[in-house]
Design a protein around this ligand. Sequence first.
Ligand code: FAD
Length: 435
Amino acid sequence: MPDDSMQASANAVVAAGTYGAMGSANAAETYDAIVVGAGPGGSTTAAYLARAGAKVLLLDRAKFPRDKVCGDALSGKAMAVVKDFGLEAQIEQSPHGRINGCLFSSPDKKIIEIPFARKDGGGRPAGYSVRREVSDNVFFQYAKKQVARTIEGAIATDLIMDGDKVIGVKVRDTNDGTEKEFHAKLIIGADGVTSMVARKVGVGDLPPEHTCIAVRAYFDGIAGMKDFLEIHFLDEALPGYFWIFPLENGKANVGLGMIQKDITAQKIQLAPLMERIVRQNPLFAERFKNAKQLTPTIGWTLPFGSKIRKAYGNGYMLVGDAASLVDPFSGEGFGNATTSGKIAARIGAKAIMANDTSEHALSEYQRELEAELKAELDTSYTMQKLGKQKWLLNLVIGKAHKSPEIRELISGMLSKEEAKKELKSPLFYLKLLFA
Ligand SMILES: Cc1cc2nc3c(=O)[nH]c(=O)nc-3n(C[C@H](O)[C@H](O)[C@H](O)COP(=O)(O)OP(=O)(O)OC[C@H]3O[C@@H](n4cnc5c(N)ncnc54)[C@H](O)[C@@H]3O)c2cc1C
């Protein structure tokens, strides 16, 4: 994509002496787009923008491979981008857990297993769980090959403004200890839940009713593991859930998440509560008896898409957690980060090409983002609220425990977005009462 006009306008700004808030005389590097954060959202956006011809700088404060606290389950949406980038074989060859279904338990300890439909006659699993240290590096290395430049160990510390337009990023480069400035027509905030970009443009708040806190640890040797994602609704951790997700070689990702408002109201400390669940809950004490905890229990925040942020403005867009897009029922955010990245790149490339990255031009992003994700996020928000009713969880899982037809029905609902809407309907629960 031609960036002569960009260079010319940057030079003009230098000549006028207003170049960067610090008035640095050094010429800043200029790009079509700067992507702040190289997680799944940032790497996806950067790769698609570069593939559309844009000159892209992708930077991250971490050095890859790096860990990210997560459940590590890759959703269908994430796998769609993996496929688009031709990375399926790499994921398949990386250490991973195979996922062929979901197991739920109710507060009154009924268990149901819902197998997922397999797409290719049985060779490949229905889904994968891949440690983020691995999956994010696959995405990042792919993006690195597409973009003009990547800098790892580069902390974006502030935005550079020209009036009310974002025109660049200030960076502390931990590789050489220097402060740098980079300019671009478009800045993408893909810097996760603590997004500097979101904070600086005034949308970085985390309302406690739309924010989840979760802890995670890796274990080895849990008894009774299957190729199923395990989601347990437990009396001692409601509303919320405890999970066990299988990984490679008998390892597992184990975690516990609850909404921040409820954590505060119930004065809960998640890490000690998870320790108690693992050691004392009758469903798990025996299974964890000989298991070894491989990593400390670490907490992180999930910004729920029950309140999507305004994700665009004059010269910038936000993707993934920076835009608050995590599914408020399942806690999945990887796929919505890649989905939002793909949409942002399409709108962004068009805006760069037209030399118009104004708030008006970029507003199309919010419309497309919401057209793609809002109905699904709203359904999940309703399910999250229903899931706060202990009796309802006991009813649904208890009935499904007895009835293969109801398990079949739930299986269809988990795999088809259209069918999931039925879970919102009071009729569904009435039907269950009399099933
Ligand atoms: C405990 C837990 C369990 C979860 N389980 C799942 C799950 O099983 N499946 C699922 O789909 N989702 C899950 N999620 C959600 C998922 O982890 C996130 O939604 C996803 O990582 C969002 O991707 P992202 O690219 O927007 O942000 P991130 O993955 O957070 O990436 C942001 C990147 O920005 C970088 N960065 C941050 N600030 C700066 C800065 N100032 N300058 C430069 N770089 C910066 C960071 O180093 C990071 O690499 C879980 C989350 C948690 C906390």
